[in-house]
Design a protein around this ligand. Structure first.
Ligand SMILES: [Zn+2]
Length: 423
């Protein structure tokens, strides 16, 4: 049976300093195999980790005795010549709440400890953005209490809460330094006060940038490993996250990754909320495409005419371009050229091995991909082999946000060396 490891063995930024004790390292890597929430046999765990069956068995029993794993009995596996191996599963009944607080999307996702969503509540993003910071604090607490009540769980059942937001985070005090998507909030914004007051001190409460939350879902993929990776999230603004050696690169001001504010054309007419002109985020926004189309003559035969311009979405534009519509293709050419210019500049300072598009641009299609690569090749340093692998991730941004949040919160449990000691 082919096994895939749910989490990369490679550590990330939040990984603990690993002890030199081999028994504890083995236990750590064995327990990691169960973080997918699925049932596993000792044989599977041994095959995934390369740790001997005997050692794996002892470790699994160690966790069963402590109630961290639980046996599910023996199952018949025809492939093993009629053997009945015992299967085990993670047994942590705590919940994780991911509060997605983005300019275009606000939702609360209550998850089990493996990141499976058990309840979700959606809210109208526009209304929430117009609230004051005090009102947001009130909203966060009220809706958190409501979702726990609906699910019939107590606040003690919640292991951790993760708030995923736009803007750059000051990690020294867990506040938003500034959010260009909600400038009315001002700077040095605290969103955690009401939740911290309500929950016990044991409950972990985090604030993180949305792009970096999503990046955490990528970071643990085996194919990402130690590579130099750039993820580009494209819904509700453009954000990036750079990763290297299994870690997120953030920087002193946590501005690294804010590629939406990379200047593509300083002579551009539109002023960004960051104070500059010609930011990538403004140049590749659907509002810019609508503006450009409004000022151009669309041929009568174009399917673009069937959609009111003010309602046109990027996904519709990509779909129509994919049908061969020349006007739509012209727009996509412009967008691909903007991203090629941004990537050209990024290559000079980071040189990613893998670039992953997430959100609307993950659906940009083969024409966008080819045009962007062709444009990049005009840059003479950019020989074929210098081009990064480009991945178009079709999972929705909120799904990835949930995964990233669940992984990061659960890490605080799994990275606590106390659970591996003794026995
Ligand atoms: Zn900007």
């Amino acid at each position: 049976m082919e096994q895939t490891l749910p989490f990369s063995i490679i550590e990330n930024r939040d990984a603990p300093a690993m002890p030199s004790n081999l028994k504890i390292i083995n236990r750590f890597n064995i327990l990691k195999c169960f973080r997918d929430g699925m049932s596993h046999t000792v044989g599977e765990v041994s095959a995934i980790t390369g740790i001997s069956k005997n050692t794996s068995m002892r470790a699994v029993h160690f966790f069963c005795e402590r109630g961290i794993l639980v046996t599910q009995g023996k199952i018949y596996q025809g492939t093993l010549g009629g053997k009945y191996p015992e299967i085990f599963k993670l047994n942590i009944m705590k919940y994780i709440l991911d509060i997605t607080l983005w300019p275009h999307l606000v939702c609360f996702s209550l998850m089990d400890f493996c990141g499976n969503v058990v309840r979700r509540a959606d809210y109208e993003a526009v209304k929430i953005r117009s609230l004051s910071v005090a009102e947001i604090n009130k909203f966060l607490l009220e809706e958190t209490v409501a979702i726990l009540e609906e699910e019939g769980i107590t606040k003690e059942d919640v292991y951790g809460i993760w708030i995923s937001t736009a803007g750059n985070i000051d990690y020294t005090n867990n506040r938003i330094k500034y959010n260009t998507q909600a400038p009315e909030w001002g700077s040095n914004v605290s969103l955690l006060d009401s939740l911290k007051e309500y929950f016990d001190r044991d409950t972990k409460i985090f604030l993180e940038n949305g792009g970096k939350t999503i990046a955490r879902a990528f970071l643990r993929r085996p194919e990402v490993g130690n590579k130099r990776v750039l993820t580009i999230t494209t819904d509700g603004g453009i954000a990036g996250c750079f990763m290297q050696d299994g870690k997120i690169v953030s920087g002193r001001t946590s501005l690294i990754g804010e590629i939406g504010h990379m200047i593509i054309d300083e002579k551009d007419w539109e002023k960004c909320n960051c104070g500059s002109y010609g930011c990538l985020e403004r140049m590749v926004d659907i509002k810019r495409i609508r503006h450009n189309l409004k000022n151009s003559k669309i041929p009568e035969t174009s399917r673009l005419n069937t959609i009111p311009l003010e309602e046109l979405t990027l996904r519709q534009l990509f779909e129509i371009a994919g049908e061969g519509d020349e006007t739509a293709k012209g727009c996509v050419t412009y967008l691909a050229d903007c991203f090629a210019l941004a990537l050209r500049n990024i290559l000079l300072v980071f040189d990613p091995e893998l670039v992953a598009f997430v959100g609307d641009y993950a659906h940009a299609g083969s024409y966008f991909n080819q045009r962007m690569k062709d444009k990049l090749k005009e840059f003479k340093y950019c020989a074929d082999d210098a081009l990064s692998d480009i991945l178009y991730e079709k999972k929705s941004m909120v799904e990835l946000d949930n995964s990233g949040a669940a992984i990061a919160v659960a890490d605080y449990y799994f990275n606590d060396m106390k659970i591996y000691e003794g026995g």
